[in-house]
Design a protein around this ligand. Structure first.
Ligand code: GDP
Ligand code: MG
Length: 778
């Protein structure tokens, strides 16, 4: 039979020595730890016929490398690997004592909590619900009163049971906030990727210690030169970033989150008869996380954010629209019509410009999110949503992943997918991974904003609010389906962190806002630009066959000749050149009438001016004849442009898909946009921008894409609504699919694509068909 080693640990004065004595009686030995003067006490006992060695670790508050005691305790654990650690905690001072327990959890060593001094706790009106504590900590809890030897035998029984279960080391993953988590993920990947590291320590724990500037571990990492510089670079980058945004060292933030984790545990497992020491955060939380008021406040804040962002960004969005219009005008006056012109105007300005036009909106959204994150309110949102999520088979840790992905419009599913690493249970993790792409990430924002501006301009914030609630509903509903079919399994317990509230500092808010905004601009200027150009090319080539072009030209000549044949016109204009002069004069005169040009004297000197005069007098026959001539020409141009687009590579694919997508109201242009959107969701906007730009007849008439769609007969609010839903739900973008694959497997990445596409289509089919039947598609 094998020998069992139990290590006793705990804060000073938690009753460790008393427990040790109660276990071992007189059978104890005292020696020194190898090389250090710290005392090592150990005793041999027999219990239930097992041979047990009890080692008394030095009393510590923490497991960092700040003091000799802590280093001794830690080295003993990793070098000797005792079968189980018994952490003696003072039940009357639980929050403080659990700090050490949480660090054992982070290290992953099999752990038992001896809930000592329950007599003192009870006398002070503190009742610990040991079952809940045990579930939330994921650790057996045995209540003891060491002084009167109560519970000691049960403690030994439990120790034997744990050891017989043969539990592996399982480091608990705690979230330390998005910035630090990102750094930890990066370091963990580097350490794992290198393979050559000290296998006694779990990789994520090493990453955490590096981030905490633990000298002993940093020294250890320096022994692996192939990774040490990369690791240190990430540490100092994160550290600088945390200093800049929160004015605090990473160690401090990590400690905050550990205490937040503990607060989440004790909030549910400790009942105080007298709630004496409520701090400011606790008092705020009494209201903000109240069962009824809390969720209401949360919805009001969310709605407030949308009202705020649409309101403040209205002006800047309009200025950008004017700017892009002016830019197009500049280009049209400097570059002759042709392929280059088409590339710049239709491919780039109407494509990427359509996305960048919404930059102010996105920036203010990021700003609002930064306030929520930096103040600590986001953690409360997660705390409240947890109750809802569990019901749908997700885990409390799923909340943060969902929020990061765009739970409050404007996020990204890639870090959201990474954030699922905090989920332990593989089924809950995969389920979260699969629904995370339903959230409204920053890339979907321009799509929503453009369509909302076109068809729901009066209710912008309200629509955004509705779409947010819809995306959550779909995610939860899908999770429920997934969790009751392919990923059936039990729910696992969860601890929500409640870090203290902080007043956000302006510099921190600006940095966090700018980081995300810059990310967005960079994407638009590189990847999205490349995609826009690619799609422009696919919507431009091969172009119309010569024969068709000539047929359209012949139609135009016919219309012109008919106009030239009019008696009044015939006398004054002989040829096409004269017709062009007339058009130019009409335009100039129209400008002057609008008051844009002050003097009409110059125009009146023109020999063609009498004709213009007639055209502008409404009663004159020439007025309607000219209008008709212009409209007919525009129609021919329109038909030609449309025929051209339909004949291109993309146009043909888009039309083939129309056979299916007619059922949800999408035409070939939308289909092309949605194919492009697989690369990145913003591309839906840029592609529609390019498609409508290519079909546009009069480029001088600079209208925004929203205006063009509003005027197009193919479009109506129902189509727009359906397209927003489709964009929200269909296949995750390429980058997300790849990270799903990295975090799980190709199989799940493939499942995600198929599942989302089918879900999107079915939802949109129902919405569009019901909407049409109700006459909403008119
Ligand atoms: P250590 O510093 O962790 O080794 O703590 P000790 O074992 O020296 O205990 C500190 C004090 O708490 C001593 O006076 C113990 O008698 C007392 N003590 C230990 N366990 C209990 C308990 O369960 N209940 C009560 N009331 N006192 C205890
Ligand atoms: Mg002692």
């Amino acid at each position: 039979m094998r020998k069992i080693t139990i290590a006793l640990s705990g804060n000073p004065n938690s009753g460790k020595t008393t427990v040790f004595n109660a276990m071992t009686g007189a059978r104890q030995h005292i020696a020194n730890y190898p090389g250090v003067t710290v005392e090592k006490k150990y005793g041999r006992i027999k219990h239930q016929g097992y041979d047990i060695e009890v080692v008394d670790l030095p009393g510590t508050y923490s497991l960092t490398a700040y003091s000799l005691e802590e280093i001794v305790a830690r080295d003993f654990l990793v070098n000797e690997r005792p079968d189980v650690v018994v952490d003696i905690v003072d039940a009357s001072n639980l929050d403080r004592n659990l700090y050490l327990a949480v660090q054992f959890k982070e290290l992953g060593i099999p752990l038992i909590i001896a809930l000592n001094m329950v007599d003192v706790a009870e006398a002070r009106g503190i009742m610990v619900e040991q079952e809940i504590l045990s579930t939330l900590l994921g650790t057996p809890v045995v209540p003891t009163v060491a002084r009167s030897r109560k519970g000691i035998s049960a403690l030994l029984d439990k120790a034997i049971e744990v050891v017989l279960n043969g539990q592996e080391w399982r480091p608990a993953i705690i979230s330390y906030g998005t910035d630090i988590d990102r750094g930890l993920n990066e370091i963990e990947d580097i350490i794992k990727g290198a393979g050559a590291y000290d296998k006694r320590y779990p990789p994520r724990w090493l990453a955490l210690k590096c981030m905490e500037k633990d000298n002993q571990i940093l020294e250890l990492i320096r022994g692996y030169p192939e990774i040490s510089s990369a690791v240190e670079a990430i540490c100092s980058k994160t550290s600088k970033h945390i200093m800049d945004t929160l004015e605090e060292e990473p160690e401090g933030i990590i400690a905050d989150h550990r205490y937040g984790h503990i607060a989440g545990i004790t909030k549910r497992s400790v009942k105080r008869r007298i709630e004496s020491r409520l701090n400011v955060s606790d008092r705020i939380d009494k209201v903000l996380t109240n069962r009824i008021i809390g969720p209401l406040v949360m919805l009001v804040i969310l709605y407030g954010i949308y009202e705020f962002t649409f309101w403040v960004s209205e002006g800047p969005v309009h200025w950008l629209e004017v700017f892009f219009g002016w830019l197009k005008g500049m280009v049209s006056h400097t570059i002759p019509a042709g392929i280059l012109y088409s590339l710049i105007v239709s491919g780039i300005i109407d494509g990427v410009g359509g996305i960048l036009g919404f930059l102010p909106l996105i920036m203010f959204m990021f700003f609002a999110i930064a306030i929520m994150e930096d103040s600590g309110y986001m953690a409360r949102v997660a705390y409240m949503l947890d109750r809802l999520l569990r019901w749908f088979g997700l885990h409390g840790n799923s909340v943060m992943a969902l929020i990061v992905s765009g739970g409050i419009a404007g996020g990204c599913a890639v870090p959201g997918v990474m954030a699922t690493r905090t989920l332990r249970d593989p089924k809950e993790r995969i389920a979260t991974l699969l629904v995370v792409p339903f959230m409204n990430c920053g890339a979907k924002l321009p799509v929503f904003a453009m369509l909302i501006a076109a068809f729901f301009a009066k209710n912008e914030a309200r629509m955004m609010f509705i779409f947010t609630l819809l995306s959550w509903s779909f995610a939860l509903f899908a999770a429920k389906i997934i969790r009751s079919t392919v990923l059936k399994g039990p729910k696992t317990p969860f601890v929500m962190e409640l870090p203290p509230y902080r007043l956000p500092i302006l510099k921190g808010l600006i940095i966090h806002t700018w980081e995300r905004t810059w990310q967005f601009i960079k994407r638009a200027g590189t990847f999205i630009l490349a995609m826009s150009i690619l799609l422009w090319a696919m919507m431009t080539f091969p172009g119309l066959p010569e024969k068709q072009t000539r047929a359209y030209e012949a139609q135009r000549v016919g219309v012109r000749d008919a106009f030239l044949a009019l008696p009044e016109v015939k006398t004054m204009i002989k040829d096409e050149k004269g017709l062009e002069d007339l058009d130019e004069l009409v335009n100039s005169y129209r400008q002057s009438m609008k008051g844009k040009v002050t003097s009409t004297e110059m125009l009146e000197k023109n020999p063609l001016f009498p004709l213009v005069k007639s055209i502008f007098s409404e009663t004159h026959a020439l007025s309607s004849a000219y209008l008709l001539y212009k409209v007919e020409l525009a129609q021919i141009d329109g038909h030609q442009n449309q025929a051209m687009l339909k004949g291109t590579i993309a146009g043909r694919v888009g039309q083939i898909l129309e056979r299916i997508t007619f059922a949800v109201g999408f035409d070939y242009r939308t289909n092309i946009a949605l194919i492009g959107g697989f690369a990145a969701k913003e591309v839906v906007v840029s592609t529609l921008g390019t498609a409508y730009s290519l079909e546009e007849v009069d480029p001088d008439q600079s209208r925004s894409l929203s205006e063009k769609l509003r005027e197009d007969s193919q479009w109506n609010p129902l189509v727009a609504f359906t397209l927003i839903l489709f964009t929200m739900l269909y296949v995750p973008c390429m980058a997300t699919v790849i990270s799903i694959k990295t975090e799980s497997s190709w199989r799940w990445a493939g499942f995600s694509m198929a599942f989302n596409l089918i879900a999107a289509f079915l939802v949109c089919l129902a919405v569009y068909q019901v909407g049409s039947a109700l006459g909403l598609g008119g």
